[in-house]
Design a protein around this ligand. Structure first.
Ligand code: TIU
Length: 225
């Protein structure tokens, strides 16, 4: 199918496309998590949840593959480089006890994907120690096995984990689409710039579109049992 996108139409087949939802976890979206300990106002990110939910529901109904990621470290922090833990001057560091359990640690309450977008069994859910979804996760191999060539991205934050993941995907040969109204940053100007960077120079990193452009195309597909 073909949808209106920038800088030009985005063409994909659902059977070869995965919806990739980056880090929509309580650590970034709710107060008391990693995002807030870095000094950010997390309320901005909550605004995209309804649009993300609508796309996820439509994607599931059409029978498309879904990938969820969480930025998560092991409890012993063996996969957290000291430089990452030491960076900045946060109120709490990765691994410290926060309001939703240990900050950015796999399995802790704060590390769970928000209930509105919780993974279903059969969907891929990966813990990633870095910003990109492909670093140290085995995601590329799993997508190749599933015959995936195209990736539709949502999630947070636009210029950090979303953009890094899109760039990693681009270097691995995937055609990526970013849904503008399904991604957000703690810094509105950074979101705007990241969206423009993705589609500049003839889709140098990928395409951008809104969920309003994708949803009718999905609705036109036959629903899966
Ligand atoms: N701080 C920030 O904007 N983002 C992150 O630390 N991780 C993700 O983007 N997921």
């Amino acid at each position: 199918m073909k949808i209106t996108a920038l800088p030009f139409a985005y063409e994909f087949e659902l059977a070869h496309t995965a919806l990739v939802i980056i880090d929509m976890q309580r650590d970034f979206v709710e107060p008391g998590g990693f995002g807030e300990t870095l000094g950010n106002d997390v309320s901005l990110l909550q605004a995209i949840v309804p649009a993300c939910k609508a796309v996820l529901q439509a994607w599931r109904q059409a029978g498309g593959l879904v990938v969820h990621t969480r930025e998560a470290h092991k409890a012993d922090l063996s996969d957290c480089p000291p430089a990452k833990r030491a960076r900045g001057n946060p109120a709490l560091r990765i691994g410290d006890m926060g309001a939703m359990g240990r900050i950015l640690i796999a399995g802790e309450p704060g590390n769970q994907i928000i209930p509105e977008l919780a993974p279903l069994s059969g969907e891929i859910a990966i813990d990633k120690p870095g910003k990109g979804a492909f670093y140290a996760t085995g995601l590329h191999e799993r997508l190749r096995q599933a015959g995936i060539t195209h990736l539709v991205f949502m999630g947070v934050t636009t210029e950090v984990c979303v953009q890094t993941s899109m760039r990693e995907a681009n270097d691995r040969g995937y055609d990526g689409l970013l849904l503008e109204d399904c991604t957000e940053s703690y810094f509105p100007a950074f979101k705007t710039a990241a969206v423009e960077m993705v589609r500049a120079q003839g889709a140098i990193v990928g395409w951008t579109a809104t969920s309003g452009e994708l949803l009718p195309a999905l609705a036109a597909l036959p629903a899966q049992p």
